[in-house]
Design a protein around this ligand. Structure first.
Ligand code: ADE
Length: 244
């Protein structure tokens, strides 16, 4: 999967793309990420990427030409990209959306700055707008990184163990069960006995119930879309949950 990130701060991505799961995926060639400087697509000697808003008002607006030129240049190379604008106006990223994006071959991620970007880019040159949540960042760069991370880890071979993505929070629509490691007793707080019992069926049931209980307590909205079997429903009923 290829990610081209259009940004005025290409250095923002340097360390994030060298570390951990993402760094390894890039070294292994499963994911390729290019941070591309929008100033390389300006035509004036000051490399201007922004200007004052028509109609007046505070702040600056990103000019359309450098973004347009960058998109057109990138479209000249295969494979054909889907263009994405990171913006608080976009569809909010969740695991389902990340999985949809993971099915694409190439994304061009456009990072806005200042008070926004010229609306004609939104209207005519962007395929999808993505928000990473209902808050405003000072630029699209952190959001682009979130998209690259959330999508990359769904690509086959990126996680060391293929099972890891499928046991993530959300992969089955539930929050993840609690995990423990040594020591068995940490300052008087003990690891639940069941996890040291060696009884795999009991452990699996305990984990499922912890996931169900955590989801019911913290994100009950998820339960209306999760596939629950009879045992799950019975467990949740005992906790006070009722199907809608
Ligand atoms: N740019 C500014 N805020 C943003 C958000 N919440 N998501 C994506 N891009 C953004």
């Amino acid at each position: 999967m290829l990610f081209d990130i259009l940004t005025i701060f290409p250095g923002f991505f340097d360390s994030a793309l060298q570390e951990g799961v993402l760094g390894r995926a890039i070294i292994n060639g499963i994911v390729k990420v290019r941070a591309i400087d929008l100033r390389d697509f300006t035509a004036d000697r000051h490399h201007t990427v922004d200007d004052r808003p028509y109609g007046g008002g505070e702040g600056m607006v990103m000019k359309p030409e450098p973004i347009y030129r960058a998109i057109e240049t990138l479209k000249g190379e295969p494979p054909p990209p889907v263009t994405v604008l990171l913006s608080p106006r976009g569809r909010v990223l969740d695991q389902t959306f990340a999985a949809e994006l993971a099915g694409l071959e190439r994304l061009v991620l456009i990072c806005g700055r200042y008070e926004g970007i010229d609306e004609r880019i939104h209207d005519h040159f962007v395929d999808i707008e993505i928000s990473i949540g209902d808050y405003v960042l000072s630029g699209g760069e952190p959001a682009a990184l979130v998209v690259v991370d959330a999508v990359s880890r769904l690509m086959p071979g990126v996680l060391g163990c293929e099972a890891s993505a499928s046991s993530d929070s959300f992969s089955d629509g539930l929050l993840k069960y609690p995990q423990y490691t040594r020591p068995a007793d940490f300052m008087g707080h003990r690891v639940p006995d069941v996890l040291m019992s060696g009884d795999h069926a009991r452990i699996a049931r305990w984990r499922r119930e912890r996931s169900l209980a955590m989801t019911f307590k913290r994100r009950p909205d998820f339960l209306s879309v999760v596939r629950l079997d009879e045992k799950d429903a019975e467990f949740l009923n005992k906790m006070g949950w009722r199907p809608e």
